[in-house]
Design a protein around this ligand. Structure first.
Ligand code: 6GU
Length: 235
């Protein structure tokens, strides 16, 4: 499942440049017995299979470089994955992701091996692989050099606790819909102000929860936000 994901696009380029080194490990390499068993039926009975703690622990211990390495268990029971986690892990020498499968992973993995349990959203996937890919991608974007322009990461949605501003390209009129005049003005200071205002207005309209988060707004942003709120009341 990871071949296509890691073998194309920006992550492939980043790996070729040596900016990231993403390795996939097969739990079966750590499994014992003729059948290289990695999962078993749940104690107490019930549906499905549970990943055994042995192969998971051995696989982690085989690759973990230091006690500081975050060991992340991806699971729908985890804390919600955020941009702050992505940014923090991008600064780590090594991050280990444990990919959940089947009905679950033996509880002792989460209790005694993983340093954090993380979910990518309130829905259940058939396997943890897509969740791992989401985390890998979001973390890699914060590794310097992976995304062409550092500025584009800094301004992307959530990076500053706000949604991104709208973007337009040619044609100037598409099916009767134009482009905001300011973007064609060539006045870069005005364009920057407009973009900031749009980011604030979009965030206020679509994700007001982000504005009451832990990131304080600048004085200028608070002024812009008050203007936007006033306009909204008037209209
Ligand atoms: Cl990490 N795994 C599965 N199976 N479902 C999920 C998830 C993970 N995160 C959200 N839903």
């Amino acid at each position: 499942m990871f071949g296509g994901f890691l073998g194309a696009g920006i992550l492939k380029k980043a790996a070729d440049k040596g900016l990231v080194d993403i390795r996939v490990h097969d739990l079966r390499e750590q499994a014992e017995g003729k059948h290289r068993q990695v999962d078993d039926r749940p104690f107490g009975g019930g549906e499905g299979m549970v990943l055994m703690p042995g192969p998971v622990c051995k696989a982690v211990e085989a690759v973990r470089e230091t006690a500081e390495t975050p060991v992340v268990l991806l699971s729908p029971l985890g804390r919600m994955f955020t941009v702050d986690m992505a940014q923090a892990w991008a600064g780590c020498r090594q991050v280990i992701l444990i990919c959940g499968r089947y009905e679950g992973v033996d509880e002792r993995v989460g209790l005694h091996l993983a340093t954090v349990e993380v979910s990518i959203g309130d829905y259940v996937l058939t396997g943890g692989e897509p969740a791992d890919m989401v985390v890998i991608d979001a973390v890699a974007r914060f590794v310097p050099g992976v995304v062409g322009k550092a500025g584009s990461v800094a301004h992307d949605s959530f990076a500053e606790g706000l949604l991104d501003c709208p973007h337009y390209t040619r044609p100037r009129v598409f099916r009767g819909h134009g482009v905001p005049e300011v973007l064609l003005s060539g006045d870069h200071a005005r364009i920057e102000r407009w973009r900031r205002r749009q980011a604030l207005a979009k965030t206020l309209a679509l994700r007001p929860d982000l504005l009451i988060g832990d990131r304080p707004l600048s004085a200028e942003d608070r002024v812009l936000l008050d203007e936007i709120r006033k306009e909204r009341k008037e209209s």
